[in-house]
Design a protein around this ligand. Structure first.
Ligand code: SF4
Length: 353
């Protein structure tokens, strides 16, 4: 199902702690959450007037940027009932909320369902308790497991968000988090490599030398392994890296860390580069030219940003020319290497043995 999301930002509302990495006001550009209830009708109507109902899409009002279920109960009900009015009029299909794992119980989930919420996103960040403690999350991995069990007792879609590279994190701990998330089995995942955002405790820690974010190359490499595992497990990763916005890209908002406006593209391209290497190494090719076939959807991932993959392959394997053919009959996520005598094929699942 594809969604047309109408975001309503409630920055830091309902949050009991200041997580070390978080400054929703800088990320979302919304600085006055007190006005959110009054702005809801106006914002949703404006979205609907501007874009209308999109064919083939499910329109959802999404409360992002805070801990929705940590809000005062009356405020939750007020926001939900205002959003529900749009569902009653047939203008919107459902509601999505994001919240913390330790603010979930059966009573609250029943309330959400009664008001038309059908997607709940939990900020998990890590399944390593040490990382959660060092990041000031105020909950444990056991809270995540309990919250997931509760939500799975209802007819709700469940999304989990993770943040590789938090204080205390290591490549092993990150992959362990990925494995545990796969075992839990959410409907979708978002992956946000940790960035140092202005006016956060993490910025202070970074400036006094107590935290080193991942480099862009490290983040791409770790997210590549994570993405392959999620693909194999058939769990969609609906976002990789923070969405680029004018607020986020304003000079001085990101102090350090592996930010790239097309982070997902870098990661998908890295997967295709590895696939190309596997094919080249397995095929006894002495030709100076190589011909690959991919589906149109994967063409730009295979070529890489500014044809970077092609240039790297040419240099590494001393090839004069690399030809890339877009073919409808090649499966998405698959790469073919064509020679005079045969065609060698690999898909992303082969990258993890
Ligand atoms: S990460 Fe979530 S819970 Fe923590 S401060 Fe930010 S919005 Fe609140």
């Amino acid at each position: 199902m594809r969604y047309f999301i109408i975001p309503i930002f409630v920055p830091h509302l309902g949050c009991p702690h200041q997580c070390i990495f978080c400054n929703q006001r800088n990320i979302t550009g919304v600085s006055d959450p007190a006005t959110t209830p009054n702005l809801l009708e106006e914002t949703v109507s404006l979205y609907l007037e501007t874009w209308g109902k999109k064919d083939g899409f499910k329109t959802q009002i999404a409360f992002y940027g805070g801990s929705f279920t940590g809000l005062d109960l009356e405020l939750q009900k007020s926001l939900l009932s205002r959003a529900h009015n749009f569902i009653s009029r047939g203008e919107v299909s459902s509601i999505r909320i994001s919240t913390r794992p330790d603010y979930i119980d059966s009573e609250i989930v029943s309330l959400l369902e009664d008001y038309g919420v059908d997607t709940v996103e939990l900020g998990v960040q890590s399944m390593a308790d040490r990382v959660l403690t060092l990041s000031g999350r105020g909950h444990t991995s056991a809270d995540v497991e309990m919250a997931v069990e509760t939500i799975k007792g209802y007819d709700l879609e469940l999304g989990l968000q993770i943040m590789p590279g938090l204080p205390g994190d290591t490549p092993d701990l990150i992959m362990n988090t990925v494995d545990k998330i796969i075992k839990i089995g959410p409907d979708f995942v978002r992956i946000y490599p940790t960035l140092v955002i202005k006016d956060t405790p993490l910025e202070k820690l970074y400036l006094r030398g107590g935290f080193l974010p991942m480099t862009l190359d490290e983040a791409v490499s770790i997210c590549k392994n994570a993405l392959v595992k999620f693909k194999i497990a058939d769990i969609p990763v609906i976002r990789l890296g923070l969405q680029s916005t004018p607020e986020l890209e304003r000079q001085g908002t990101i102090i350090a860390g592996p930010y790239h406006p097309s982070f997902r593209h870098l990661v998908e391209s890295a997967i295709f580069f590895d696939m190309a290497e596997r094919l080249i190494e397995k095929s006894p090719l002495y030709d100076e030219r190589l011909t690959f076939r991919v589906t149109s959807e994967d063409y730009s991932y295979f070529c890489g940003q500014k044809n970077g993959n092609i240039a790297k392959l040419k240099e590494r394997y001393k090839k004069k020319d690399i030809k890339v053919i877009r073919e409808m009959d090649v499966k998405k996520g698959t790469l073919e290497l064509v020679t005079d005598s045969s065609t060698f094929c690999i898909d992303h699942r082969k990258l993890i043995n």
